[in-house]
Design a protein. Structure first.
Length: 233
């Protein structure tokens, strides 16, 4: 059993869509999600890259790939969450069994050897002043340090330079946690498992993580500036 530290109380929230963008209703406010802000502030280069991929595989195939990955990811997260909460979840569908194998690798390679204390699972975090919210997979002690961790699944292996947005997500959650509890988190971890069971871990900390926090704040500012411009039209 991993130790639970229950000194942190997280708000309940309701997810909703505003103009097809995910928001969280927290404390009588509807705040844009971390992923909503990232999508709204994507670079033109990233947008074009995604469009080229859609053209290459076709719109229907792209949609199918996205849906399968999303469903597999949901099952994987449910199994990992169940393990951390000392519950057991199983899905006997083909996709569920694949996700189960992937989840077990994350548990064996990352969670069992490295996590010693849980501060929150699927915890809703929000930043009142800057104005955003989100839910992170894990907050707690990882290799002796307070960390934000996200479990990711992928169709192929990654390089760190390809997953910059993952680092920004972790920085966003860290800043929100600090705003809520006055507790600074200096480390983010992405645990990534591919559909063919190749495991990777990427760690963001030190100056790299500090710079991601600054970049994230600029992203939020850009999001609200664009929102104001659109409302003026």
């Amino acid at each position: 059993m991993i130790k639970w530290n229950k000194q942190f109380e997280y708000p309940t929230s309701v997810r909703s869509l505003i103009n097809n963008q995910r928001h969280y209703a927290v404390n009588d406010r509807k705040l844009p999600s971390v992923t909503t802000i990232l999508q709204a502030t994507q670079s033109e280069e990233k947008k074009q890259s995604l469009e080229r991929w859609k053209q290459k595989v076709g719109d229907q195939a792209a949609e199918n790939i996205k849906n399968v990955a999303a469903n597999r990811g949901s099952i994987l997260h449910r199994i990992i969450e169940g393990y951390l909460m000392d519950q057991r979840h199983a899905d006997l569908s083909d996709l569920g069994q694949q996700a189960g194998t992937m989840a077990q690798i994350v548990i064996d390679e990352e969670i069992k050897p490295n996590i010693s204390e849980i501060w929150g699972i699927e915890a809703t975090l929000y930043h009142e002043g800057i104005g955003y919210a989100g839910a992170t997979d894990f907050i707690g002690i990882h290799e002796g340090k307070a960390a934000i961790c996200d479990w990711k699944q992928s169709n192929k292996p990654k390089r760190k330079e390809w997953i910059h947005d993952y680092g920004l997500q972790l920085a966003a959650y860290s800043l929100a946690f600090q705003d809520m509890f006055n507790e600074t988190i200096h480390k983010g971890v992405n645990a990534i498992i591919t559909a063919d069971n190749y495991y990777q871990r990427f760690v963001w900390e030190g100056e790299e993580f500090r710079q991601l926090k600054y970049e994230w704040m600029r992203k939020v500012e850009q999001y609200y500036n664009n929102l104001d411009k659109n409302q003026e039209k």
